[in-house]
Design a protein around this ligand. Structure first.
Ligand SMILES: Cc1ncc(COP(=O)(O)O)c(C=O)c1O
Length: 399
């Protein structure tokens, strides 16, 4: 007698990123040295002042449930941060603290989507925005983010995809997996569309602090009339290198926060109490820790982009945010999943095939440069070697 698994699990594939990671880890257990370009997590330690705040909280025995909505001091601190940094005026009551942004995605989609509803999501996209709607019986409808359009959406296409069933629209800037940033012009066009069709926007800004070349990050909720229509997602994972701490937040109108809290309280009750205390200190006492990490990311990005673009047969755009490079490998004429497999097996570098993020990712590999500079230098050398071999095998070099 087996367990009778619910029908909703049928369309849910395991993460393609983890698949690559598992294989890389198995190779390491067998004695190989693999360079990890597959995982989207900062490699820096969490800044010391944040860790100290957590330890202090534990020493003070702050070990109990907090309010379901989150520690009021943290909610106030988040509201202050969003005002100062993102120019959006939220009250503390409009903030819900979650166990990472991943939980927030589930809470929000659970509250918004009925079975059969449609949600507009970018393609390529972080896969939770495909899988969570499916889990809820809703339909993710993809709009294109294409390299030739600098990964900005085509507003006409977006408009054409809106139907009576469209409930909401997801944007992610800076974006995973492309590292692109939506321009103010694009955001204004999306805002106009959202108003015209009376929609709402989910704006995932978890990478907002990781931006390069003096590029500007604009929160769509800061545009006139948009705060009431926007659910802003952010968290501590990427900016403060706190992926393991599981701390995120949602900022949205109060009536939505009340609904979200009903789901949130049944999933996690609250984020860990001492982690929330550390979150307060992370925002309040920050000096130049994030900027220092960003400088180092930029140095690595500059090296990797240059190395990739000097490798015949592949190229990439220069990502302006996050820590991902989306490498175009189409000219090799081999599926990206096969290229990724070849590079892992023969050159010991782990990259994610782009189709994991949607159909527009076919022909791309995602490289995460959240890895040491030395590993990036060595990894790019291995990448160039592997691509040269593949081109020899396909006869591309002679053309
Ligand atoms: C776009 C995007 N949103 C959210 C998350 C998850 O954030 P958290 O660690 O807060 O759950 C990720 C993680 O890779 C991501 O890429």
């Amino acid at each position: 007698m087996g367990f009778k698994i619910a029908d909703r699990m049928k369309g849910l594939a395991p993460s393609g990123i983890r698949k690559v990671n598992e294989k890389a880890l198995a190779m390491e257990r067998a004695g190989e040295t693999v360079i990890h370009f597959e995982i989207g997590r900062p490699d820096f330690d969490t800044p010391e002042y944040i860790k100290e705040a957590c330890v202090k909280s534990l020493e003070n025995s702050e070990v109990f449930y907090t309010s379901n909505f989150g520690d009021m001091k943290l909610r106030e601190q988040v509201a202050e941060y969003l005002e100062r940094h993102n120019h959006i005026s939220y009250k503390a009551e409009e903030i819900l603290i979650t166990a990472g942004l991943s939980e927030a995605v589930y809470d929000v989609l659970c509250v918004l989507l009925n079975p059969g509803d449609e949600i507009l999501v970018p393609d390529p996209v972080w896969i939770n925005y495909l899988n969570v709607p499916r889990l809820l019986g809703a339909e993710p409808v993809c709009y294109d983010l294409l390299e030739e359009n600098d990964y900005q959406p085509d507003i006409k296409q977006l408009e054409a995809l809106i139907t009576d069933k469209t409930k909401t629209l997801v944007i992610n800037t800076p974006g995973n997996p492309t590292g692109s940033i939506l321009s103010t012009k694009t955001l204004k066009e999306i805002a106009a569309l959202v108003e015209k069709y009376d929609l709402t926007v989910i704006s995932d800004e978890v990478y907002e602090r990781l931006i390069y070349d003096d590029t500007e990050h604009v929160s769509i909720a800061s545009l006139p009339g948009m705060k009431e229509r926007t659910i802003t997602f952010n968290g501590f994972s990427k900016a403060y290198s706190m992926t393991g701490w599981r701390l995120g937040y949602v900022a949205a109108p109060r009536e939505l926060i009340l609904e979200l809290n009903k789901v949130h309280q049944h999933i996690t009750i609250c984020a860990a109490s001492f982690v929330q205390k550390a979150g307060i200190v992370a925002l309040r006492d920050e000096s130049n820790e994030v900027e220092n990490m960003v400088k180092e990311y930029q140095r690595r990005r500059d090296y990797a982009v240059e190395a990739i673009n000097s490798t015949p047969g592949i190229y990439c755009l220069n990502p302006k945010g996050a820590f991902y490079i989306f490498i175009n490998v189409r000219s090799l004429g081999i599926p990206a999943s096969e290229i990724a497999e070849y590079l892992l097996e023969h050159h010991k570098i782990a990259l994610v095939p782009g189709e994991v993020f949607g159909k527009n990712g076919e022909g791309y590999l995602r490289l995460s440069f959240a890895n040491s500079y030395d590993n990036i230098v060595e990894g790019c050398r291995r990448l160039a070697e592997g691509i040269l071999e593949l081109r020899k095998q396909t006869g591309e070099q002679e053309k």
